[in-house]
Design a protein around this ligand. Structure first.
Ligand code: HEC
Length: 188
């Protein structure tokens, strides 16, 4: 009898501490996982913009980049490349999702859709070099969400947005925060 209750106590303690340990590990890992995903997204985004778009459109002027690239001999926009990737990921997994948003979007669909997104996008504008992390509930599910600043890394970013007919901003300079990458991970 004594043995059984000891075993139960040991089991309960074991499960409890394992749960706490895994919760702690997840608390760290959500942020860490989001940070790592962001590193990859951001590197790919910058490389495409710098080595393909900036070089061929602004520097060498051999081709343009346009949202209507399919009707034209044009390059897809960096934001479109980013979204096509995000859509592929959404087809493959529900483990995470991501999007490129802005408080001053050219495409209204890229404006903030939740309070956390609005808060996070404002935070990365107000706090240069910092990321925003939080949690939100959407449709009855809890999510960890991170917002990372999206910078005008090359002249092509600023010049195209400043000259675009639907852009609410005309004063973007290289180095400015133009929006943010939102990464969302369901907390299961
Ligand atoms: C040749 C034009 C062009 C270039 C170059 C370009 N963009 Fe965009 N960008 C657009 C257009 C057009 C959209 C809207 C696309 C859509 O979703 O329909 C957009 C979307 C965005 C968005 C989402 C919010 C919005 O405005 O709709 C962000 C943030 C953004 N771009 C930042 C950047 C950054 C940073 C760079 C450089 C790394 C860049 N853009 C390069 C034209 C451009």
């Amino acid at each position: 009898m004594k043995r059984t209750s000891l075993t139960i106590a040991a089991l309960a303690f074991g499960v409890g501490s394992a749960l706490a340990a895994s919760a702690a590990a997840e608390g760290i890992s959500f942020r860490k996982v989001a940070d790592m995903l962001y590193q990859v997204m951001s590197a790919d985004r910058e490389v495409y913009t710098r080595m393909v778009v900036q070089r061929l459109t602004v520097d060498n002027k051999v081709v343009t980049a346009s949202e209507h690239f399919e009707d034209d001999t044009a390059l897809p926009l960096p934001a479109q490349m980013f979204r096509f990737g995000a859509e592929r990921v959404m087809d493959e997994t529900e483990d995470f999702s991501y999007a490129l948003l802005s408080l001053n979007p050219i495409n209204k669909k890229n404006g903030p859709g939740t309070d956390l997104e609005r808060k996070g996008l404002q935070f990365v504008v107000d706090n240069p070099g910092e990321n925003f992390y939080g949690e939100e509930e959407l449709g009855g599910e809890r999510y960890f969400a991170a917002v990372y600043p999206d910078y005008a890394v090359v002249e092509a970013c600023a010049s195209c947005h400043n000259g675009h007919k639907d852009s609410p901003r005309r004063d973007i300079e290289v180095g400015d925060v133009m929006g943010g990458v939102v990464i969302r991970i369901p907390i299961k």
